[in-house]
Structure formats: C-alpha cells, structure tokens
Design a protein around this ligand. Structure first.
Ligand SMILES: Cc1ncc(COP(=O)(O)O)c(C=O)c1O
Length: 405
C-alpha cells in the first residue's frame, strides 16, 4: 500500500492539543468558537510532537472494528500484546527482551514520574542533559527530587555529551539516576554505541541508574543507526530501564500506551509495586489494539514515513540555506523535530517568541523551554504535509526579513 503523506487533514476543533491550543495574551488558550482569536490570522502549529498524518491503515481498521461493537469496558493486555512488543524490539533493533520484563504505563511521562518516585527519595538527585525535553524538569519537581544538569556541548553545529562534567556530577552520592534522552529531543542526536557506552560506564561506575527514554528510537534517518542502551551488554541492561512506546512512531499519543522494559527483577518488582499503589492497573482498550496492529502490521507505513520525513528535512535545509543562511539548522539524525539556531537575529527569548507567534503566526516549542541553553533556538515539528511546512517556512522567512531591515 502506498500512503499519501501530502494529504492535509483538518484537525481544527478536534480536541487536538496541537491544533486547538494557541499562545495568546501571555498564556495558552483553547481555540474554540467563542475565542476572538478565531478572527485573527490562523496560527500554524509546529510545536508539540505529534504528526499531522493518519496512522497506518491496519491501526485504523483495528480501532474501527472495536469501536463498532459499541462496548468499551475494561481491557486487559493479552499475551499477543507482549508478543508484539518483544517481536518489534527484536526485528527492528536486534534487542532480545522477555515478556515478563515489560511493565505498561499510560504514557512515558507518567511512567517516568512513577519511576523517579520508585527509585529516588525526596531530596535525591536526577541527572538531565539540557537542552532537553521540558517535562523532564517537571518530573524532578513533581517528585521532590533535584535536577542536576549535565548540558550538552554545542560545537561546529553539532551536539555532543560532556563526559568530564558527567563524571563530576555522577560522583555526587546523592545522584541516583540519569534520564538519557535517546534519540535526543530536541537536538536530534541519535547517540552512537560508543557515546552510549561511555555514558553508561560512568553511570555504572558511580551506581547511577540509567533511565533511557527511547520513545523516538524508531524514527531514525537512513544514514544512522539506533542502539538501545540495554543492548550494550548485560551489565548495562541490569542497571537500566528503557521507556518505549509505539506512540511517536505511529502517531498514537492520544491513546496513552507505553512500555517500560526492566530486566532486573528487583528494579521491576519495585516499579510494579509503585504502579499498583498508584492505581495503574489497566490500559486504554484502543491503545492495546493499536499497539498490536502497529507493531505487527505497520512497518510498511513506517518505511514510507521515514522517506517522507527525510524529504521534508532536506526541503527545510535547502530552504534555510537559500533564504535564511544566517540561521543554522542543526541536522537531525532521527526524530521529526528540527532544532534551529536563530541567535544571529540578536533577539532575546521574549522578542524571538513574539516574532514567531505574532509576526510569523507560528506556534513553536520555544528553545528556552528546554533549558537556558536553548535560548535563541526554536524547535520545529516537520511531521506534516509538505504544503504546511512550505507555508511555515515562508512565514518564518518573512518574519525574519522584517527584523533584518
Ligand atoms: C523524549 C520524550 N519522552 C516522552 C514523550 C511523551 O511521552 P508520552 O506521550 O508517552 O507521555 C515525548 C513526547 O514528545 C518525548 O519527546
């Protein structure tokens, strides 16, 4: 089957986080019929990480069939659910896991909250590598733990880890866990096996638990390969937890289904106990069905998606080179999020946000929300039909030109 990623689907007023919320008057407002914003020039949402593409046909069919029964009672995760996860990890990543290692949670972010609450006491520390996915900061805040920062180094248009600083930070006995964002959101790095090994060795040496968030691990560009952290060796698998989901890969985020893979029995039991005590007993019926359909029958769609995303990226890169050469684009190695450096415009974070929101009329995830290292950058989501991307780029160009004049 050939999928058409050029097709535009109207997502306005579908309770879409991405399309129905806008930044306005210094806050975020729901864009409904009563909101005066409706009469302003529509904002193009290029922010939150969901795609403007329908999921693979087998997913749609599985959901439609269940929806037609009209009965939406409690669902359980059948053996076929776990088989789908096990087979996917083996087939796509050469990672051999067992059914029993899988603990489901209603999303990776809730899973991360539960995890930090399981393994860290209030006041203990968790390491993050900014600029990084902003809910990681909230996880530390909400679990009364302290975020310790090991900023990435940005040099010659490329991000890499600061291992010396990591070694220093990990030497703190209160530092108990490190959240690894792999691939990294927002900078788009797909960490090499060597980088991961070095990161893992430092963590292991200081007995720092690695929580590897691999939600973007299926979205890898053709000249890169993804290494699940746990495949580095048994000692790494034993002292780590991996967060996985089909949600970014197949655009299923609204179905809130994810899987934490925990090989170590003690770590897994502790986490499961935390889930039970928090009332996390079941998953969404459609989430279960869609994961199985996507992992078992979605590969063809994913292959075509990656071709489209890479084309979208090349289009954006060429556009910036031609029209906005003063704003470097950081080449992503995976994900569908592109990190762009607007610092040459000389605007502070509020001015840049104002320019993009009110002049360009684009809703970005502003660089500063990923940490102060992100100030002057914007994160653009390119998982949209080319026509939307083109419109966004034209708007950016016009807005940036107005600054230069
Ligand atoms: C690194 C990372 N982790 C987790 C999430 C969200 O996961 P979930 O929707 O399963 O809570 C995202 C979404 O963008 C992400 O980029």
């Amino acid at each position: 089957m050939k999928y058409d990623f050029n097709q535009r689907i109207n997502r306005n007023r579908t309770n879409s986080f991405k399309w129905d919320f806008i930044k306005r008057n210094g806050g975020i407002e729901y864009w409904d019929e009563t909101n005066p914003a409706l009469h302003e020039k529509p904002v193009l949402p290029m922010w939150v990480a969901d795609m403007d593409f329908p999921s693979p046909q087998p997913v749609i069919e599985a959901i439609e069939a269940q929806a037609q029964t009209g009965i939406y009672g409690y669902a359980y995760t059948p053996p076929s659910y776990y088989d789908a996860v096990v087979n996917w990890m083996d087939r796509r990543h050469g990672w051999k896991i067992e059914r029993d290692w899988i603990c489901y949670t209603p999303g990776v972010v809730p899973g991360l909250h539960l995890m930090v609450a399981t393994y860290l006491k209030p006041g203990e520390k968790v390491l993050l590598q900014p600029p990084v996915y902003y809910p990681f900061y909230l996880i530390a805040e909400n679990t009364d733990t302290e975020a310790v920062l090991n900023p990435l180094i940005y040099k010659h248009g490329h991000y890499h880890m600061d291992f010396e600083d990591l070694e220093e930070k990990c030497a703190d006995p209160d530092l108990k866990a490190a959240i690894l964002c792999s691939p990294h959101n927002p900078v788009g790095r797909v960490w090499s096996a060597e980088e991961l090994r070095r990161f893992g060795e430092i963590c292991l040496k200081h007995d720092v638990l690695v929580i590897s968030d691999e939600i973007h691990g299926d979205l890898i560009f053709s000249d890169h390969s993804f290494t699940p952290f746990a495949t580095l060796g048994p000692e790494f698998a034993d002292r780590s937890i991996t967060c996985t989901a089909a949600s970014k890969t197949f655009n299923l985020a609204g179905l809130q289904t994810s899987n934490m893979v925990i090989q170590n029995d003690d770590l897994r039991e502790a986490f499961q106990t935390m889930c039970n005590r928090s009332g996390v007993f079941t998953l969404n019926m459609f989430g279960i069905l869609s994961l199985e359909a996507a992992y078992n029958h979605g590969e063809e769609w994913l292959e075509q998606l990656m071709v489209y995303l890479e084309d979208n990226y090349r289009f954006l890169e060429t556009y910036f080179k031609e029209h906005l050469p003063e704003c470097p684009v950081i080449k992503p190695e995976g994900t569908y999020l592109v990190w762009i450096d607007f610092r040459s415009l000389g605007l502070d974070k509020d001015e840049l946000e104002d320019l993009m929101m009110n002049k360009a009329r684009i809703y970005f995830d502003e660089g500063y929300i990923f940490g102060p290292e992100g100030e002057g950058f914007e994160r653009i989501n390119i998982a949209c039909p080319r026509s939307i991307l083109t419109e966004a780029l034209d708007r950016i160009k016009e807005a940036v030109r107005s600054v230069n004049i």
